[in-house]
Design a protein around this ligand. Structure first.
Ligand SMILES: [Zn+2]
Ligand SMILES: [Zn+2]
Length: 139
């Protein structure tokens, strides 16, 4: 979705379902399961920045960094960010809302993805998933 800069001189609230191919990329650490629900308010901040506040919710397919199992998690990101407009956006007087949504999700996603805070991971010795099986190393 693109909207003109003119429209965010005051405040503009945008509510949309956001689906993006990038989040379906198998190489990514997280992929969306369904469209994300986006509810944001944009307002121009100075001449080269936009303030974006609101929330994004959705289901993500994730892979645990510790035990490598796949799981699905509901995420909710609440944010209030000042973001720079790109040169292209300033020149064309149009803001690319999709790319901002994408950036916000990437910025807010935790560095470490765990299926549970109690995840026991994989044994370095025998390779079993310690959440499901007993370690076979011990005699
Ligand atoms: Zn895990
Ligand atoms: Zn083991």
């Amino acid at each position: 979705m693109k909207i003109s800069i003119e429209q965010i001189k005051k405040e503009k609230t945008v509510v949309l379902n956001y689906e993006d191919e990038q989040f379906k990329n198998k190489n990514l650490r997280y992929q969306t399961k369904d469209a994300l629900q986006v509810s944001i308010t944009l307002s121009l901040a100075g001449t080269e920045n936009v303030r974006i506040k609101g929330e994004i919710t959705g289901k993500f397919c994730l892979i645990c960094d510790r035990c490598c199992s796949e799981f699905i998690e509901d995420k909710k990101f609440c944010f209030d960010e000042i973001m720079e407009l790109e040169q292209k956006e300033i020149v064309e007087h149009v803001i690319d809302v999709d790319s901002k949504i994408k950036e916000i999700v990437i910025m807010n996603f935790p560095m470490k993805i765990l299926c549970s805070s109690q995840c026991k991971g994989i044994c370095q010795g025998c390779g079993v998933n310690l959440n499901q099986e007993e370690c076979k190393c011990k005699k």
